[in-house]
Write a protein that binds this ligand. Sequence first.
Ligand SMILES: CC(=O)N[C@H]1[C@@H](OP(=O)(O)OP(=O)(O)OC[C@H]2O[C@@H](n3ccc(=O)[nH]c3=O)[C@H](O)[C@@H]2O)O[C@H](CO)[C@@H](O)[C@@H]1O[C@H](C)C(=O)N[C@@H](C)C(=O)N[C@@H](CCC(=O)O)C(=O)O
Ligand SMILES: Nc1ncnc2c1ncn2[C@@H]1O[C@H](COP(=O)(O)OP(=O)(O)OP(=O)(O)O)[C@@H](O)[C@H]1O
Length: 448
Amino acid sequence: MSGRPDVGAPGTGVFVVAGRSLDPATGEAAFTYRLGDDEFTERLTLDPVLLGGEVDADRLDAALDLVHLVMGTSYYKLAAPGRVVVERPVTAAQLAVAQAAYTDGLGEFAAVNRLPVPHRVAFDAEVRPAGPVPPAGTRGALLPVGGGKDSALALVVVPDGTALAINPTGAQRDVARAAGVPLVEVRRRLDPLLAGRTAQGGLNGHVPVTAINSAIAALVAVLGGHSPVVFANERSADEETLTVEGVSVNHQYSKSHAFERLFTAAAAELGTGYFSLTRQLSELATVAAVAALPLRTDILSCNRSYTQRHVGGQAEQRWCLHCDKCLFTFLVFAVFLTPAEAEEVFGGNPLADPSLADGFRRLWATEKPFDCVGERAESAAAMAHLAASRSWGEAPVVRLLGAEAAAAAEVTGATVAGFLPPRGEHGIPPRYLESLQRVLAGARSAVD
Ligand SMILES: CC(=O)N[C@H]1[C@@H](OP(=O)(O)OP(=O)(O)OC[C@H]2O[C@@H](n3ccc(=O)[nH]c3=O)[C@H](O)[C@@H]2O)O[C@H](CO)[C@@H](O)[C@@H]1O[C@H](C)C(=O)N[C@@H](C)C(=O)N[C@@H](CCC(=O)O)C(=O)O
Ligand SMILES: Nc1ncnc2c1ncn2[C@@H]1O[C@H](COP(=O)(O)OP(=O)(O)OP(=O)(O)O)[C@@H](O)[C@H]1O
């Protein structure tokens, strides 16, 4: 490709996970990588509340190694050489997390860039034995918050926890404040050379951001003495976005249960529990619960509101009401809210705009949007439910799509009611499961 940066042709060369450091006085951590002739350093600024405590050096080293490994996906993707050299020894559990992050975690990236799927990556790393399991942190749960509905529910279920915002925006701070939960902040700064190389023709695409957030959360848990780390990754994150020649490609891979299992093993080596509180919940079940909470007006799920330019809370954040995630989120909330309530939460009503019908229809298409949307069947069931309701049946988009959504839902027998009971495997400890069940008991019923 003419004008390509000197990071090598796709599939050639090697990516090196090189040096890393943490300055305990300033909370500045630096993670360095090499690709071709280029060197990249990503920096974290840790919240001052995390500094100055007693931390076991081996645990801290292991936590920094885990961050270093998965955060490299952003730079690796410029050329996707298929080979990663790791300079420091890692445990087998850490290597398994890294392998998952660079292969399935970069599945969407590979598909979008028409690279072979699955994206196979060979690791050249010395595997060291894991140390003795350290005692668990005693300062309670750490709850990463994205600002949207899922983590808002987690904050309500675990009100004695501490929230964590990575690259905090105003929306994340608002939701933590509304829940009355203290917030710890970590700032990520991508190496500016990444944007430069991308602009010069380096490959670009989605990175497994939940894997990166999980590793940063584990580091924060070690520094702050927290355990467990409680994510809010829903059941629908397990559904593939599309299939390429029989291989599943999942935008949300690092939110999947398969990834959770791998990460749980690596976090355990740090003395940190790790699980998803909403693993058994459909999006409809989560939203039924969130719709009953005063917090519902504080959430913001629109991903367009979480780009780098929103970090720090400078730029205005609101629902765009046009992107796939907004359309999906509005659709599932509409099942539990009247039109007036929905407009209050979202500041508009995309079901009133027939030009958005194709966007809604894509939510149950064979190729779902590359975004964080629910299962095809639950989107179809939600639209079919609205079509049969008095509250929403006359909305222009519902009139256009109701019959075809009902037909799509009928194929699998999907109904809103069928999506509400929790189901499937999970790693939620009993105490948290009981709290979740108490909050779910107050969930709203679907509107008529
Ligand atoms: C906010 C967002 O959705 N961004 C995705 C978008 O990137 P865009 O260029 O529109 O904006 P920025 O996020 O500001 O990125 C600027 C460039 O930097 C690269 N980059 C960013 C973050 C990072 O960790 N590494 C990076 O290399 C990025 O590639 C841009 O060149 O499109 C990108 C390409 O498809 C997506 O990768 C961006 O997604 C972010 C990494 C992100 O944080 N997305 C989450 C909102 C998200 O998708 N969450 C999913 C979880 C899925 C998972 O775990 O993988 C969810 O909500 O379910
Ligand atoms: N910037 C972030 N800092 C900390 N945790 C995050 C961040 N972004 C996402 N997460 C966490 O990652 C998980 C998946 O993110 P996701 O965006 O699906 O959740 P959400 O923001 O809670 O809800 P929604 O799906 O409505 O956006 C959640 O547990 C979320 O809290």
